[in-house]
Write a protein of this length. Structure first.
Length: 565
């Protein structure tokens, strides 16, 4: 006999209780039901991991269903991207791929039933009139003048709506429930509207499309979903879904149990497909897969791993109350995943030339360096040979001519350690005649000490990274920062566009990397020592042209970035 499952959140606890009570014949069937009106974002990842994870852990199944009831905003591109994202996260729906459009005929038949039963009517009011007469959260609505038409007349009008006799927006079908209900969703909600739009699955067969609330609950019931897990904003819709299923004769044990959980809110981003679509349409980003976007396509393009996102979903857990998660937690999950996987290499982002005057011209030493310094014997990884020569590149910000107090890197007359190499001393500075900026450093190395520490006990500055000028390879770097400058863009009615970060992308041309970087293939990741984790962009990289994204800085780098260092 197996150990009883330990519930890790309230959703699993409910499922455990249902199974213990013998409900649903021991079945667990969940679903992930996106609308194909945009690309999925990190908030959807939480729902994907929850629904598919529950199905996996309980030996059930999870359906992927596209709730495609609004053809004006939906497209095959979004359908394809959603399938790709779910698979990339590590989940598969098998043969259980569905579309709400598959049920259009059945939904239409059920709508006619409600009309015949006096539970639905055709309303000729305008959309504005319907909105105005629905009332407010504190005051009930008023009845439509068409509410009490005879069923036969409503049925005739509804069939003529389907036949295309009336213009778009001229009539709708509404459920006849209760205009005085404290729940505004029960005040005669619209079930169908006339819309002459070609549907990506049904083409031009229909000019009458169901509303999401009319299609959603019935689609779950048709598919035999046992647990309809959705976000909190659907809690007030649950009585409407139940009312529809009641009118259609679905027994309590033949319908899903709806469970609501808090959606994911993340700092320094927006979690709305409408707002993300605005960023794309207004060309404020380069597309849905722009690496600054919180879409799964954008995170994948930036270099995130599916393992890190699944870990993030697991860490934040599932709660009933809304809260906002700091994006730093997502970044920590990513670092924790990348750290044991990514080979260490060296790249100088903004090169400053160094000439070592006491090192022989033409001489090249090959320094055997492990890809994983903390685990040099790792199987299959081993070492690479890093060339050292008379002319090097170091980072421009590792040198300051007039150093501030406690500056521990290179300055005139001072010494630093070149990582895994010699102690370097600056003895001269060559400057641009016009700007006065350093263009080259004249230096010496302690050849007597070699790669060891000097034995006279003199004080040496911090270790800095470097590459050989002649043997290094050119790379283009894309340094990504957060898309917004404030933690809660759009809060308090603020236009989220006004807090877009103008420095969210910096393209660095002319960076130089050690030879091993030139062997990286598109889609591979590495860690540039002292800089962060990087990803070879598979879209823009080509033979002889390496484009790398900074996926995320190292843990101690954000403070420096924030200070502009």
């Amino acid at each position: 006999m197996t150990e009883p499952r330990k519930s890790t959140n309230f959703v699993r606890q409910i499922i455990d209780e249902d199974l213990a009570a013998g409900k649903n014949g021991g079945r667990v069937v969940t679903r992930f039901p996106p609308e194909p009106n945009g690309y999925l974002h990190i908030g959807h990842a939480k729902s994907i991991c929850l629904n598919f994870g529950i199905a996996r852990d309980y030996g059930g199944r999870c359906h992927l269903r596209f709730d495609d009831t609004n053809p004006s905003k939906e497209s095959p591109e979004y359908v394809r991207s959603i399938q790709e994202d779910v698979r990339w996260l590590g989940f598969d729906w098998g043969e259980h791929l569905y579309h709400a459009a598959d049920y259009f005929d059945r939904l239409y038949e059920w709508a006619e039933k409600l009309i015949r039963d006096g539970k639905a009517y055709v309303d000729e009011q305008s959309a504005d009139d319907i909105r105005e007469t629905r009332g407010t959260l504190t005051a009930g609505g008023s009845e439509s003048p068409h509410r009490n038409r005879p069923p036969a007349e409503n049925l005739d009008l509804f069939r003529r709506m389907r036949a295309g006799e009336f213009p778009d927006g001229s009539r709708v079908l509404r459920a006849k429930i209760d205009m005085a209900s404290p729940n505004i969703n029960l005040r005669d909600p619209v079930m169908y509207r006339i819309r002459r739009e070609s549907h990506h699955r049904t083409s031009d067969r229909w000019c009458l499309y169901p509303m999401y609330d009319w299609a959603h609950g019935q689609s779950d019931a048709l598919e035999g979903i046992t647990h309809s897990i959705c976000t909190l904003e659907f809690e007030v819709h649950r009585p409407l879904y139940d009312w529809f299923l009641d009118q259609l004769g679905f027994a309590p044990d033949a319908r899903p149990r709806q469970i609501e959980f808090a959606r994911l809110n993340l700092t320094y981003t927006v979690m709305s497909k409408r707002l993300l679509n605005a960023l794309v349409q207004e060309q404020r980003v380069e597309g849905w897969d722009d690496p600054r976007m919180p879409t799964l396509a954008g995170l994948r393009r930036r270099g995130y791993t599916p393992e890190s996102i699944r870990e993030f979903a697991d860490r934040i857990g599932v709660a009933k109350a809304d809260s906002t998660v700091d994006v730093a937690l997502l970044e920590d999950c990513l670092r924790d995943d990348l750290n044991p996987k990514c080979r260490r290499m060296t790249c100088v982002h903004r090169p400053l030339r160094v000439v070592i005057e006491n090192y022989a011209e033409g001489k090249v030493e090959e320094i055997e360096t492990p890809f994983f310094p903390d685990d040099p014997g790792r199987e299959g990884m081993g070492f690479r040979k890093v060339p050292f020569s008379r002319e090097l590149f170091i980072e421009r910000d590792d040198f300051v001519e007039v150093p501030p107090k406690k500056f521990t890197r290179l300055s005139p007359g001072k010494e630093v350690r070149l990582r895994k190499a010699y102690v370097l001393k600056c003895i001269g500075v060559v400057k641009d005649e016009k700007t006065g900026e350093p263009t080259e450093l004249r230096c010496t190395v302690d050849l007597d000490a070699g790669f060891d520490s000097p034995k006279d006990g003199r004080k040496i500055g911090n270790a800095i990274h470097w590459v050989s000028a002649a043997e290094s390879v050119p790379v283009t770097l894309r340094l990504y920062d957060r898309l917004f400058t404030v933690p809660h863009p759009g809060a308090g009615g603020q236009d989220f566009r006004t807090v877009l970060n103008p420095a969210s992308l910096e393209v660095v041309e002319g960076a130089r990397a050690e030879p091993a970087v030139g062997e990286l293939r598109p889609g591979e990741r590495c860690q540039f020592e002292r800089r962060g984790f990087y990803y070879v962009d598979p879209k823009d990289s080509a033979p002889g042209k390496l484009v790398l994204h900074r996926i995320v800085p190292l843990r101690d780098s954000w403070a420096k970035i924030a200070k502009g260092q």
